[in-house]
Design a protein around this ligand. Structure first.
Ligand SMILES: Cc1cc2nc3c(=O)[nH]c(=O)nc-3n(C[C@H](O)[C@H](O)[C@H](O)COP(=O)(O)OP(=O)(O)OC[C@H]3O[C@@H](n4cnc5c(N)ncnc54)[C@H](O)[C@@H]3O)c2cc1C
Ligand SMILES: NC(=O)c1ccc[n+]([C@@H]2O[C@H](COP(=O)([O-])OP(=O)(O)OC[C@H]3O[C@@H](n4cnc5c(N)ncnc54)[C@H](O)[C@@H]3O)[C@@H](O)[C@H]2O)c1
Length: 446
């Protein structure tokens, strides 16, 4: 049987694009369908616009300490509308360059929503296209808990399109999105309250890292309501009233409510049942270690398989899948040493095992080295902004199992350390390494 394409990719996010380009490099005839904007969540409503807002907020945070460095006070005004216009100009530039890359690689980009007709056929607004192999890379969408009045809350997607900065922002969920938005929106002038069901923000991170970020954000004036959820949201005149339940039972007034309680695979209404593709827990597409679904010619990668919802992971999965299927190089990914960062201020980053995970696995043999110190930047200021570095080590072998940091450049530092830790370095290897002075990174070497 002949097909229109060797590979048809559904979704032009990081996972789908990486896979499409790799497959084209192996000589496959490839098409990508995208129902919205090229680049997916990451470029259009995630990593990229988010990091630009983090930078905008950094100017406000730096302003608080500039007089300690001899700069005179000067009045500045932040214009959210002008700033967001620049952000979206940059996003459009990325969109355009991605389209060019696909064109150069000979990949057909089809601006339609794709649904399955059968395992080899997709429907694109009435047009049928066939392919030997299909890759599903449709990403995820924000969860909205079932709370009366939740329709008044917005998700991170709409945060990037706010017409103006809210005065009072309530955030439901203190994970990646809740923590990052609390930090940057507070720095830009919003009054922020975070409601988190757990006892601390950033579940999944090392406890020392979680408490360090939470304490720093609290000190800056962000309010945390912990061990609590939201019972209901009501509209009262021009304000929204958020009633909490759990440890804290109170009513908080807001202008904007951001719900950030996790991401769910975007697998509804894709016609997966017609293609014989089964779903697992939480609506995630079931795949084996080579990203093959329950239908042997259909594969899935990225947020829609619900493993680790990060851009570099979606890309790596897309490439591994195509290396296996088109490159004759079966490739399994190792999920053990995936670095990740929270771009709050202070920034947090981690790679490898947390202390709790290591103790669960290795018990008494685990040794931790945790240091809190003040970086030189704050030496001239009255601010007490601690940096934390932590190593989790197996004392029997000396192997470093995890590295965790809170402080300036944590993401960049942990990214580099991740390479060494993945290669099995020991604490002694770190001690034998000569550092760069004066930096925060050198503290990992002592
Ligand atoms: C606010 C926010 C900040 C984030 N920050 C970071 C960060 O700093 N670092 C990081 O690593 N990760 C971050 N992430 C996570 C990251 O964005 C995702 O993990 C990543 O985008 C997943 O890539 P993907 O290709 O699986 O899916 P997506 O990027 O979601 O792309 C899926 C694409 O499929 C399209 N699609 C869906 N259904 C169909 C259909 N039927 N037909 C055609 N097209 C379809 C969608 O329109 C979308 O463009 C962030 C996420 C959010 C929400
Ligand atoms: N810097 C980054 O890499 C980055 C940034 C943003 C998002 N992301 C990705 O996007 C995904 C989604 O982010 P997210 O922050 O929505 O999810 P998350 O899983 O990181 O955090 C969700 C938080 O909401 C809490 N929660 C759940 N239900 C609640 C309720 N009813 N009331 C109060 N709290 C509740 C959870 O305990 C958790 O702390 C992340 O898992 C991450 O993979 C990554």
């Amino acid at each position: 049987m002949t097909f229109d394409y060797d590979l048809f990719v559904i979704g032009a996010g990081p996972g789908g694009l990486a896979a499409a380009k790799k497959a084209a490099s192996y000589g496959a005839r490839v098409a990508v369908a995208e129902k919205e904007t090229i680049g997916g969540t990451c470029v259009n409503r995630g990593c990229v616009p988010k990091k630009l807002i983090v930078y905008a907020a950094d100017f406000a945070l730096r302003d608080r300490i500039v007089h300690n460095y001899g700069w005179n006070e000067c009045q500045r005004h932040f214009d959210w509308t002008i700033f967001m216009k620049s952000v979206y100009q940059h996003v459009e530039h990325i969109n355009y360059s991605y389209c060019e890359q696909l064109q150069k690689a000979g990949i057909d980009l089809i601006w339609e929503r794709a649904t399955f007709v059968d395992p080899h056929t997709v429907d694109l607004d009435g047009r049928k296209v066939t392919a030997d192999k299909v890759l599903i890379a449709v990403g995820g969408k924000p969860n909205k808990p079932n709370i009366p009045g939740i329709e008044y809350a917005i998700t991170s997607r709409e945060m990037f399109h706010l017409p103006y900065l809210p005065k009072r922002l309530v955030i439901i969920g203190g994970g990646y999105i809740g923590t990052e938005f609390s930090s940057m929106m507070h720095a830009l002038g919003c009054e922020v309250t975070v409601i988190e069901v757990d006892g601390m923000i950033l579940s999944g991170f090392d406890d020392d890292i979680r408490s360090c970020v939470q304490q720093s954000l609290s000190k800056r004036g962000i309010r945390f309501i912990l061990n609590s959820t939201v019972q209901e949201i009501t509209l009262c005149d021009d304000s929204l009233l958020v009633t909490t339940a759990g440890k804290s039972q109170e009513t908080v007034t807001a202008d904007t409510i951001l719900v950030a309680t996790g991401y769910t695979p975007n697998t509804k209404n894709l016609g997966l049942e017609k293609a014989g593709v089964e779903l697992g827990e939480g609506g995630a597409i079931k795949v084996n270690e080579y990203y093959c679904t329950t239908q042997k010619n259909i594969f899935a990668v990225g947020d829609c398989i619900g493993r680790v919802q990060l851009t570099p992971v979606a890309k790596a999965e897309g490439i591994a899948c195509v290396n296996t299927v088109f490159g004759n190089k079966p490739q399994k990914l190792n999920y053990d040493y995936i670095p990740s960062a929270v771009f709050s201020r202070p920034e947090a980053a981690s790679v490898g095992m947390t202390e709790a995970k290591a103790r669960e696995k290795l018990g008494e043999s685990v040794e931790c080295y945790c240091t809190n110190f003040q970086t030189l930047l704050y030496a001239l200021t009255p601010e007490n902004e601690p940096t934390t570095v932590k190593l989790v080590v197996d004392s029997a072998s000396g192997q470093v199992l995890g590295a965790h940091m809170v402080g300036e450049h944590a993401a960049d530092i942990i990214q580099s350390l991740g390479v060494a830790i993945r290669k099995g370095i020991t604490k002694e290897d770190l001690e034998d390494t000569i550092g760069i002075h004066p930096t925060a990174a050198e503290e990992f070497l002592s």
